[in-house]
Design a protein around this ligand. Structure first.
Ligand SMILES: Nc1ncnc2c1ncn2[C@@H]1O[C@H](COP(=O)(O)OP(=O)(O)OP(=O)(O)O)[C@@H](O)[C@H]1O
Ligand SMILES: [Mg+2]
Length: 367
Protein backbone atom coordinates (compact mmCIF):
# COMPACT_ATOMS: atom_id res chain seq x y z
CA UNK A 1 0.00 0.00 0.00
CA UNK A 2 2.76 2.39 0.99
CA UNK A 3 4.43 2.11 -2.41
CA UNK A 4 1.10 2.82 -4.18
CA UNK A 5 0.79 6.00 -2.15
CA UNK A 6 4.27 7.02 -3.26
CA UNK A 7 3.42 6.39 -6.90
CA UNK A 8 0.42 8.68 -6.60
CA UNK A 9 2.48 11.37 -4.90
CA UNK A 10 5.45 11.36 -7.26
CA UNK A 11 5.10 9.05 -10.26
CA UNK A 12 8.40 10.10 -11.82
CA UNK A 13 10.36 9.36 -8.69
CA UNK A 14 8.75 5.96 -8.14
CA UNK A 15 9.36 4.93 -11.70
CA UNK A 16 13.01 5.88 -11.28
CA UNK A 17 13.23 3.86 -8.07
CA UNK A 18 11.60 0.81 -9.61
CA UNK A 19 13.93 0.96 -12.58
CA UNK A 20 16.96 1.15 -10.31
CA UNK A 21 15.62 -1.47 -7.97
CA UNK A 22 15.13 -3.94 -10.76
CA UNK A 23 18.71 -3.33 -11.91
CA UNK A 24 19.83 -3.99 -8.33
CA UNK A 25 17.78 -7.19 -8.25
CA UNK A 26 19.18 -8.41 -11.55
CA UNK A 27 22.70 -7.81 -10.26
CA UNK A 28 21.77 -9.82 -7.18
CA UNK A 29 20.29 -12.72 -9.14
CA UNK A 30 23.38 -12.73 -11.28
CA UNK A 31 25.68 -12.80 -8.30
CA UNK A 32 23.49 -15.11 -6.26
CA UNK A 33 23.73 -17.83 -8.86
CA UNK A 34 27.53 -18.04 -8.31
CA UNK A 35 27.89 -19.47 -4.81
CA UNK A 36 25.80 -18.32 -1.94
CA UNK A 37 25.97 -21.59 -0.13
CA UNK A 38 27.58 -21.56 3.30
CA UNK A 39 29.66 -24.70 3.51
CA UNK A 40 31.07 -26.21 6.73
CA UNK A 41 29.97 -28.10 9.80
CA UNK A 42 32.37 -26.94 12.50
CA UNK A 43 30.93 -25.93 15.86
CA UNK A 44 32.12 -22.35 15.29
CA UNK A 45 30.27 -22.08 11.97
CA UNK A 46 27.16 -23.77 13.37
CA UNK A 47 27.06 -21.14 16.10
CA UNK A 48 27.13 -18.40 13.46
CA UNK A 49 24.39 -20.10 11.43
CA UNK A 50 22.21 -20.42 14.49
CA UNK A 51 22.61 -16.66 15.16
CA UNK A 52 21.73 -16.01 11.50
CA UNK A 53 18.49 -17.95 11.71
CA UNK A 54 17.55 -16.26 15.00
CA UNK A 55 18.15 -12.71 13.80
CA UNK A 56 17.01 -13.04 10.17
CA UNK A 57 13.22 -12.83 10.74
CA UNK A 58 13.59 -9.74 12.93
CA UNK A 59 14.41 -6.29 11.59
CA UNK A 60 17.35 -5.87 13.97
CA UNK A 61 20.50 -4.15 12.77
CA UNK A 62 23.42 -6.58 12.58
CA UNK A 63 27.14 -5.89 12.86
CA UNK A 64 29.33 -8.62 11.37
CA UNK A 65 32.99 -8.59 12.35
CA UNK A 66 35.87 -10.82 11.34
CA UNK A 67 39.05 -11.05 9.32
CA UNK A 68 39.11 -10.59 5.57
CA UNK A 69 37.67 -13.48 3.55
CA UNK A 70 35.84 -15.14 6.46
CA UNK A 71 32.42 -14.87 4.79
CA UNK A 72 30.94 -11.67 6.23
CA UNK A 73 29.14 -10.74 3.02
CA UNK A 74 27.95 -14.31 2.55
CA UNK A 75 26.39 -14.22 6.02
CA UNK A 76 24.78 -10.82 5.34
CA UNK A 77 23.17 -12.29 2.20
CA UNK A 78 21.97 -15.31 4.17
CA UNK A 79 20.29 -13.03 6.72
CA UNK A 80 18.52 -11.18 3.92
CA UNK A 81 17.47 -14.42 2.20
CA UNK A 82 15.98 -15.80 5.40
CA UNK A 83 14.18 -12.55 6.21
CA UNK A 84 10.72 -11.42 5.15
CA UNK A 85 12.48 -8.82 2.99
CA UNK A 86 13.93 -11.52 0.74
CA UNK A 87 11.78 -10.62 -2.26
CA UNK A 88 13.12 -7.07 -2.19
CA UNK A 89 16.60 -5.81 -3.04
CA UNK A 90 19.81 -6.60 -1.19
CA UNK A 91 22.05 -3.63 -1.90
CA UNK A 92 25.72 -3.99 -1.04
CA UNK A 93 27.96 -0.94 -0.58
CA UNK A 94 31.67 -1.12 0.05
CA UNK A 95 32.26 2.07 2.03
CA UNK A 96 36.04 1.80 1.57
CA UNK A 97 35.80 1.69 -2.23
CA UNK A 98 33.89 4.95 -2.69
CA UNK A 99 35.75 8.29 -2.54
CA UNK A 100 35.00 10.04 0.77
CA UNK A 101 33.47 13.11 -0.85
CA UNK A 102 31.02 10.99 -2.89
CA UNK A 103 29.89 8.57 -0.23
CA UNK A 104 26.97 10.70 1.08
CA UNK A 105 25.57 11.09 -2.44
CA UNK A 106 26.09 7.39 -3.14
CA UNK A 107 24.18 6.38 -0.01
CA UNK A 108 21.50 9.05 0.14
CA UNK A 109 21.34 10.33 -3.46
CA UNK A 110 21.53 13.95 -4.57
CA UNK A 111 19.37 16.65 -6.07
CA UNK A 112 20.10 18.17 -9.45
CA UNK A 113 22.73 20.92 -9.14
CA UNK A 114 23.67 20.06 -5.55
CA UNK A 115 27.36 20.00 -6.51
CA UNK A 116 29.47 20.38 -9.65
CA UNK A 117 28.71 17.38 -11.82
CA UNK A 118 25.28 16.70 -10.28
CA UNK A 119 23.51 17.19 -13.62
CA UNK A 120 20.35 15.44 -12.56
CA UNK A 121 18.69 13.99 -9.53
CA UNK A 122 20.08 10.62 -8.55
CA UNK A 123 18.68 8.09 -6.13
CA UNK A 124 21.02 6.76 -3.47
CA UNK A 125 21.49 3.20 -2.36
CA UNK A 126 19.10 3.61 0.58
CA UNK A 127 16.28 4.47 -1.81
CA UNK A 128 17.23 1.53 -4.05
CA UNK A 129 17.10 -0.78 -1.06
CA UNK A 130 13.65 0.45 0.06
CA UNK A 131 11.76 -2.43 1.63
CA UNK A 132 14.89 -4.60 1.50
CA UNK A 133 18.33 -4.73 3.08
CA UNK A 134 21.41 -2.55 2.72
CA UNK A 135 24.81 -4.09 3.45
CA UNK A 136 27.40 -1.53 4.50
CA UNK A 137 30.75 -3.25 4.12
CA UNK A 138 33.83 -1.68 5.75
CA UNK A 139 31.54 0.60 7.75
CA UNK A 140 34.53 1.79 9.80
CA UNK A 141 35.68 3.81 6.78
CA UNK A 142 32.69 6.18 6.75
CA UNK A 143 33.65 9.85 7.13
CA UNK A 144 32.31 11.71 10.21
CA UNK A 145 29.46 13.58 8.48
CA UNK A 146 28.17 10.39 6.86
CA UNK A 147 28.32 8.66 10.24
CA UNK A 148 25.92 11.32 11.55
CA UNK A 149 23.56 10.82 8.59
CA UNK A 150 23.62 7.04 9.12
CA UNK A 151 22.89 7.49 12.81
CA UNK A 152 19.82 9.52 11.83
CA UNK A 153 18.65 6.74 9.51
CA UNK A 154 19.01 4.20 12.30
CA UNK A 155 17.33 6.35 14.93
CA UNK A 156 14.67 8.20 12.99
CA UNK A 157 14.38 6.19 9.77
CA UNK A 158 14.85 9.24 7.60
CA UNK A 159 17.48 11.07 5.58
CA UNK A 160 17.86 13.88 3.09
CA UNK A 161 19.38 13.70 -0.37
CA UNK A 162 22.57 15.76 -0.76
CA UNK A 163 21.42 19.28 -1.63
CA UNK A 164 17.84 18.40 -0.70
CA UNK A 165 15.63 19.95 1.93
CA UNK A 166 12.94 17.30 2.20
CA UNK A 167 13.28 14.42 4.67
CA UNK A 168 12.71 11.04 3.08
CA UNK A 169 11.27 8.21 5.19
CA UNK A 170 13.05 4.90 4.78
CA UNK A 171 12.26 1.30 5.55
CA UNK A 172 15.56 -0.50 5.04
CA UNK A 173 17.25 -3.05 7.23
CA UNK A 174 20.90 -2.24 7.88
CA UNK A 175 23.58 -4.92 8.08
CA UNK A 176 27.11 -3.59 8.55
CA UNK A 177 30.47 -5.31 8.46
CA UNK A 178 34.03 -4.47 9.29
CA UNK A 179 37.37 -6.20 9.59
CA UNK A 180 38.68 -3.31 11.69
CA UNK A 181 38.54 -3.10 15.44
CA UNK A 182 35.89 -0.41 15.91
CA UNK A 183 36.79 -0.01 19.61
CA UNK A 184 40.22 1.18 18.52
CA UNK A 185 38.64 3.52 15.96
CA UNK A 186 36.39 4.94 18.71
CA UNK A 187 39.43 5.47 20.97
CA UNK A 188 41.21 7.22 18.12
CA UNK A 189 38.17 9.45 17.56
CA UNK A 190 37.54 8.27 13.99
CA UNK A 191 34.31 6.34 14.69
CA UNK A 192 31.35 7.60 16.71
CA UNK A 193 30.55 5.49 19.74
CA UNK A 194 26.81 6.28 19.49
CA UNK A 195 26.80 4.90 15.94
CA UNK A 196 28.71 1.83 17.09
CA UNK A 197 26.06 1.02 19.70
CA UNK A 198 23.27 1.55 17.16
CA UNK A 199 24.96 -0.84 14.73
CA UNK A 200 26.00 -3.37 17.31
CA UNK A 201 22.42 -4.33 18.23
CA UNK A 202 23.12 -7.90 17.15
CA UNK A 203 26.83 -8.69 16.73
CA UNK A 204 28.06 -11.70 14.76
CA UNK A 205 31.75 -12.56 14.80
CA UNK A 206 33.07 -14.67 11.94
CA UNK A 207 35.72 -17.15 13.11
CA UNK A 208 38.92 -17.30 11.04
CA UNK A 209 39.46 -20.48 9.01
CA UNK A 210 42.49 -21.52 11.11
CA UNK A 211 40.12 -21.81 14.09
CA UNK A 212 37.75 -24.18 12.24
CA UNK A 213 40.13 -26.43 10.37
CA UNK A 214 37.59 -29.23 10.40
CA UNK A 215 35.73 -27.26 7.69
CA UNK A 216 38.72 -27.37 5.32
CA UNK A 217 38.11 -30.82 3.69
CA UNK A 218 34.45 -30.09 2.91
CA UNK A 219 35.31 -26.61 1.62
CA UNK A 220 38.05 -28.09 -0.57
CA UNK A 221 35.63 -30.63 -1.99
CA UNK A 222 33.01 -27.95 -2.60
CA UNK A 223 35.41 -25.55 -4.36
CA UNK A 224 37.12 -28.30 -6.40
CA UNK A 225 33.74 -29.53 -7.61
CA UNK A 226 32.53 -26.00 -8.37
CA UNK A 227 35.71 -24.96 -10.21
CA UNK A 228 36.07 -28.25 -12.12
CA UNK A 229 32.54 -27.89 -13.45
CA UNK A 230 33.23 -24.29 -14.40
CA UNK A 231 36.30 -25.18 -16.46
CA UNK A 232 34.84 -28.51 -17.71
CA UNK A 233 37.30 -30.86 -15.98
CA UNK A 234 36.67 -34.22 -14.40
CA UNK A 235 38.40 -34.45 -11.04
CA UNK A 236 37.77 -37.56 -8.95
CA UNK A 237 39.91 -37.18 -5.84
CA UNK A 238 42.56 -35.25 -3.99
CA UNK A 239 45.93 -36.59 -2.89
CA UNK A 240 46.22 -37.14 0.87
CA UNK A 241 49.43 -35.18 0.96
CA UNK A 242 47.72 -32.14 -0.56
CA UNK A 243 44.77 -32.35 1.80
CA UNK A 244 47.07 -32.62 4.85
CA UNK A 245 48.96 -29.63 3.63
CA UNK A 246 45.79 -27.57 3.09
CA UNK A 247 44.65 -28.53 6.58
CA UNK A 248 47.82 -27.32 8.22
CA UNK A 249 48.28 -24.03 6.36
CA UNK A 250 47.33 -20.94 8.47
CA UNK A 251 45.14 -19.25 5.78
CA UNK A 252 45.70 -15.56 6.53
CA UNK A 253 43.29 -14.70 3.67
CA UNK A 254 40.77 -17.24 5.04
CA UNK A 255 38.18 -18.83 2.73
CA UNK A 256 38.74 -16.40 -0.12
CA UNK A 257 42.41 -17.45 -0.20
CA UNK A 258 41.48 -21.15 -0.11
CA UNK A 259 38.98 -20.62 -2.94
CA UNK A 260 41.58 -18.82 -5.07
CA UNK A 261 44.28 -21.44 -4.49
CA UNK A 262 41.86 -24.20 -5.47
CA UNK A 263 40.69 -22.38 -8.58
CA UNK A 264 44.30 -21.95 -9.66
CA UNK A 265 45.12 -25.60 -8.92
CA UNK A 266 42.08 -26.88 -10.82
CA UNK A 267 43.12 -24.86 -13.86
CA UNK A 268 46.64 -26.32 -13.63
CA UNK A 269 45.50 -29.87 -12.85
CA UNK A 270 46.23 -32.37 -15.64
CA UNK A 271 45.05 -35.62 -14.05
CA UNK A 272 41.89 -36.86 -12.35
CA UNK A 273 43.63 -36.54 -9.00
CA UNK A 274 43.71 -33.05 -7.65
CA UNK A 275 46.92 -31.86 -6.01
CA UNK A 276 48.34 -28.59 -4.77
CA UNK A 277 51.66 -27.09 -5.70
CA UNK A 278 52.99 -26.39 -2.20
CA UNK A 279 55.35 -23.72 -3.35
CA UNK A 280 52.43 -21.38 -4.03
CA UNK A 281 51.33 -21.55 -0.44
CA UNK A 282 54.68 -21.99 1.25
CA UNK A 283 55.66 -18.61 -0.14
CA UNK A 284 52.44 -16.87 0.74
CA UNK A 285 52.83 -16.72 4.51
CA UNK A 286 56.26 -15.20 3.99
CA UNK A 287 54.86 -12.74 1.48
CA UNK A 288 52.05 -11.67 3.81
CA UNK A 289 54.09 -11.79 7.01
CA UNK A 290 55.25 -8.19 6.92
CA UNK A 291 51.63 -7.10 6.28
CA UNK A 292 50.34 -8.45 9.56
CA UNK A 293 52.71 -6.51 11.83
CA UNK A 294 52.18 -3.38 9.70
CA UNK A 295 48.39 -3.57 10.17
CA UNK A 296 48.82 -4.40 13.81
CA UNK A 297 51.24 -1.57 14.36
CA UNK A 298 48.79 0.78 12.62
CA UNK A 299 46.05 -0.31 15.00
CA UNK A 300 48.33 0.02 17.99
CA UNK A 301 49.46 3.46 16.84
CA UNK A 302 45.82 4.53 16.46
CA UNK A 303 45.07 3.24 19.93
CA UNK A 304 48.11 4.97 21.39
CA UNK A 305 47.20 8.20 19.62
CA UNK A 306 43.65 8.02 20.97
CA UNK A 307 44.91 7.56 24.54
CA UNK A 308 47.41 10.41 24.28
CA UNK A 309 44.83 12.74 22.76
CA UNK A 310 42.34 11.90 25.50
CA UNK A 311 44.99 12.67 28.16
CA UNK A 312 45.93 15.93 26.43
CA UNK A 313 42.28 16.90 26.25
CA UNK A 314 41.89 16.32 29.98
CA UNK A 315 45.02 18.28 30.75
CA UNK A 316 44.22 21.08 28.31
CA UNK A 317 47.29 20.40 26.20
CA UNK A 318 49.79 20.34 29.10
CA UNK A 319 52.41 17.65 28.79
CA UNK A 320 54.11 17.75 32.20
CA UNK A 321 53.40 18.83 35.78
CA UNK A 322 51.20 17.03 38.31
CA UNK A 323 48.10 17.30 36.14
CA UNK A 324 49.90 17.06 32.82
CA UNK A 325 49.23 14.31 30.25
CA UNK A 326 52.52 12.48 31.02
CA UNK A 327 51.51 12.04 34.67
CA UNK A 328 48.01 10.93 33.66
CA UNK A 329 49.48 8.34 31.32
CA UNK A 330 52.18 7.31 33.80
CA UNK A 331 55.04 7.85 31.36
CA UNK A 332 58.10 10.14 31.33
CA UNK A 333 57.71 13.59 29.86
CA UNK A 334 60.43 12.95 27.27
CA UNK A 335 58.71 9.72 26.14
CA UNK A 336 55.43 11.54 25.71
CA UNK A 337 57.08 14.44 23.83
CA UNK A 338 58.68 12.03 21.39
CA UNK A 339 55.41 10.11 20.91
CA UNK A 340 53.54 13.37 20.26
CA UNK A 341 56.09 14.15 17.55
CA UNK A 342 56.09 10.71 15.95
CA UNK A 343 52.29 10.39 16.00
CA UNK A 344 51.94 13.94 14.62
CA UNK A 345 49.64 15.12 17.42
CA UNK A 346 49.00 18.84 17.64
CA UNK A 347 49.31 19.83 21.32
CA UNK A 348 47.95 23.30 20.60
CA UNK A 349 44.60 22.01 19.45
CA UNK A 350 43.89 20.96 23.04
CA UNK A 351 44.70 24.38 24.53
CA UNK A 352 41.09 25.56 24.03
CA UNK A 353 40.09 23.22 26.84
CA UNK A 354 42.16 25.39 29.22
CA UNK A 355 39.24 27.76 29.78
CA UNK A 356 37.16 25.03 31.28
CA UNK A 357 39.67 23.92 33.91
CA UNK A 358 40.35 25.61 37.27
CA UNK A 359 42.96 28.35 37.36
CA UNK A 360 45.25 26.43 39.79
CA UNK A 361 45.71 23.65 37.24
CA UNK A 362 46.67 26.22 34.59
CA UNK A 363 49.42 27.51 36.85
CA UNK A 364 50.77 24.01 37.25
CA UNK A 365 51.58 23.93 33.59
CA UNK A 366 54.15 26.72 34.15
CA UNK A 367 56.30 24.53 36.41
N1 LIG B 1 31.44 -21.06 4.51
C1 LIG B 1 31.63 -20.76 3.22
N2 LIG B 1 31.25 -21.63 2.28
C2 LIG B 1 31.45 -21.38 0.97
N3 LIG B 1 32.04 -20.27 0.50
C3 LIG B 1 32.44 -19.36 1.39
C4 LIG B 1 32.26 -19.56 2.80
N4 LIG B 1 32.75 -18.48 3.44
C5 LIG B 1 33.21 -17.65 2.50
N5 LIG B 1 33.05 -18.18 1.26
C6 LIG B 1 33.46 -17.56 -0.02
O1 LIG B 1 34.69 -16.90 0.24
C7 LIG B 1 34.73 -15.65 -0.43
C8 LIG B 1 34.91 -14.52 0.58
O2 LIG B 1 33.72 -14.37 1.35
P1 LIG B 1 33.13 -12.93 1.70
O3 LIG B 1 33.27 -12.00 0.53
O4 LIG B 1 31.78 -13.12 2.28
O5 LIG B 1 34.19 -12.53 2.82
P2 LIG B 1 34.33 -11.16 3.64
O6 LIG B 1 34.46 -11.56 5.08
O7 LIG B 1 33.21 -10.25 3.28
O8 LIG B 1 35.73 -10.61 3.14
P3 LIG B 1 36.28 -9.07 3.11
O9 LIG B 1 36.45 -8.65 4.55
O10 LIG B 1 37.57 -9.21 2.42
O11 LIG B 1 35.26 -8.26 2.37
C9 LIG B 1 33.43 -15.53 -1.21
O12 LIG B 1 33.65 -15.96 -2.54
C10 LIG B 1 32.49 -16.49 -0.50
O13 LIG B 1 31.53 -17.00 -1.37
MG1 LIG C 1 33.30 -8.30 2.28
Amino acid sequence: MASVAVIMADPEQSEERLKHESVALFQEIDRGSMCDEIVGSSGALQKVLSLVSKVAPTDATVLITGETGTGKELVARAIHRQSRRSSRAFVSVNCAAIPRDLIASELFGHEKGSFTGALQRRLGRFELAEGGTIFLDEVGELPPETQIALLRVLQEHEFERVGGTRSIRTNVRVIAATNRNLHVAIQAGTFRSDLFYRLNVFPIEMPPLRERREDIPVLVEYFVDHCARKVGKNIRGITKESLDFLRSYPWPGNIRELQNVIERSVIMCETENFSIDKTWLAQQPLATEPKIPVDLSKELAAEEKGMIEAALRQSAGRVFGPSGAATKLGIARSTLESKIRSLKISKNSFKEFAETIPRRSCLESLE
